[in-house]
Design a binder for this molecule. Structure first.
Ligand code: NAP
Length: 330
C-alpha cells in the first residue's frame, strides 16, 4: 500500500518543528512535505533518517497531499486553505481562523473525538490555553457540571512562536534588546495582554477560552471569566482555575477522577511541595493538575480551585493535531 502524503505548513516555526518531532515519535510513516515562506526555502530537516528540504508554499503545494497540518498565523492560513481544499487535502489547522466556523469541528481527542467525523475538509485544533484547561476539567464537568470558570493564565513566551522565544533568550542577557513579539520587555516582567482588547477590555485570547470551551464541550451555557498573562517562562502554560458547578463538589472525588483522566497526571501533594510546575511539564504531553481544594469563599460548596500546567507547543498544539491526524488515518 502506498504511504499517505502529509504536509506541515509552517514547518520552520515553533509548532511546525514540534509537529515534525511528534510525527516521528508516534511513528507516522508517511511521505512528508515541509512548507514555509520563501525565506526558508532550501532549509533541510531530518525525518525518520531522511533529509527533507523545505519548499516555498505556493498555490500548487497541495497537489497529491492527503493531509496537511497547519501551523501558520491566521492571515497566512486563510490564503492557503482554499488551495488545500481545492486539492482535496484534509487539514488539521492550528490557527484560530476557522475554529468557530460551524462547519469546522474543534477537537480535543480526549474529549470530543467523535466530532472529527463531521469534518468537511478542515478540523481545527483549539487554542493552547483552552486545550490545557479542558483536558484538566473535562472529567470534573462530567461529574459536577461546570457552570462557570474563573481562570488566570501564566503563558509561556513560546506561545508567541519563534520570535517570543528569541525575545526571552535575548533579554535575559541584555534587557535593553527590544521585543519582537510583545509590546514590552518580557524578561524580568510579565504582560497582562495576549491579543487585542475589545471595547469591554477583554482580549482575543480571553475570548478564545470562553467561545472554544462552549464549542468543545457542546455546552453553550458555560461562562468563562479569564485573565491571560504572558510570563517569562520559555515553555508550558500554567493556569489557576476556579470552577463553579451545578452540583455540590467533592474534592476527594475530584482527585480520584483526575487520577484516571485521559491526558492528565495528578500531581497533588502540597504538604510535600508537590504541585504542577512548567519546568516539569515541558517537552511531554500530559497536563499536570494539582493544588485541588474547595473554594471556601463559596459557602454553598459548589466551587473548587485547581492549578494546571501543560506544554502548549506539544499538547496545546502539535501533539493534539497529530492525535487528530491519527484518528483520521485509522
Ligand atoms: N506557539 C504555540 O505555542 C502555539 C500554540 C497553539 C497554536 N499556535 C498557533 O500555531 C500557528 C503557528 O504558530 P508558531 O508559534 O509555530 O509560529 P512561528 O514560530 O512564528 O512560525 C510561523 C510559521 O509560519 C511560516 N510562515 C510565515 N509566513 C509565511 C508565508 N507567507 N508563507 C508560508 N509560511 C509562512 C513561518 O515560516 P518562515 O520560517 O519561512 O517564516 C513559520 O514556519 C499560529 O496560528 C499560532 O497561533 C501556536
Amino acid at each position: 500500500m502506498s504511504k499517505e502524503t502529509i504536509a506541515i505548513v509552517g514547518a520552520t516555526g515553533a509548532v511546525g518543528q514540534q509537529m515534525l518531532q511528534c510525527l516521528e515519535e508516534r511513528k507516522i510513516d508517511c511521505n512528508l512535505k515541509l512548507l514555509a515562506s520563501a525565506r526558508s526555502k532550501g532549509k533541510v530537516f531530518t525525518f525518520m533518517d531522511q533529509d527533507i528540504t523545505v519548499e516555498e508554499l505556493t498555490e500548487n503545494s497541495f497537489e497529491n497531499v492527503d493531509y496537511a497540518l497547519g501551523a501558520t498565523e491566521n492571515d497566512i492560513t486563510k490564503t492557503w486553505m482554499p488551495w488545500a481544499q481545492k486539492a482535496g487535502t484534509i487539514v488539521v489547522d492550528n490557527s484560530s481562523a476557522y475554529r468557530l466556523d460551524p462547519n469546522v469541528p474543534l477537537v480535543i481527542p480526549e474529549i470530543n473525538p467523535e466530532d472529527i467525523q463531521k469534518n468537511q475538509g478542515i478540523i481545527a485544533n483549539p487554542n493552547c490555553a483552552t486545550i490545557i484547561a479542558l483536558v484538566a476539567l473535562h472529567v470534573l464537568h462530567q461529574e459536577f457540571k461546570i457552570k462557570r470558570m474563573i481562570v488566570s493564565t501564566y503563558q509561556a513566551v513560546s506561545g508567541a512562536g519563534v520570535k517570543g522565544i528569541q525575545d526571552l533568550e535575548n533579554q535575559v542577557k541584555d534587557p535593553s534588546i527590544p521585543s519582537q513579539a510583545f509590546p514590552y520587555p518580557i524578561a524580568y516582567n510579565l504582560i497582562p495582554q495576549i491579543g487585542d482588547f475589545d471595547e469591554n477590555g477583554i482580549s482575543k485570547e480571553e475570548w478564545k477560552l470562553q467561545n472554544e470551551s462552549c464549542k468543545i464541550l457542546h455546552d453553550p451555557d458555560i461562562l468563562v471569566n479569564c485573565t491571560c498573562v504572558r510570563v517569562p517562562i520559555m515553555r508550558s502554560h500554567s493556569e489557576s482555575i476556579t470552577i463553579e458547578c451545578e452540583k455540590e463538589v467533592d474534592v476527594q472525588k475530584a482527585r480520584e477522577l483526575l487520577a484516571h483522566a485521559p491526558g492528565v497526571k495528578l500531581v497533588d501533594d502540597p504538604q510535600n511541595k508537590i504541585y504542577p510546575m512548567p519546568l516539569d511539564t515541558s517537552d511531554q504531553d500530559l497536563v499536570y493538575v494539582g493544588r485541588i481544594r474547595e473554594d471556601l469563599s463559596d459557602p454553598s460548596k459548589h466551587s473548587m480551585i485547581l492549578f494546571c500546567c501543560g506544554d502548549q507547543i506539544r499538547k496545546g498544539a502539535a501533539t493534539n493535531a497529530v492525535q487528530i491526524l491519527e484518528e483520521l488515518l485509522k
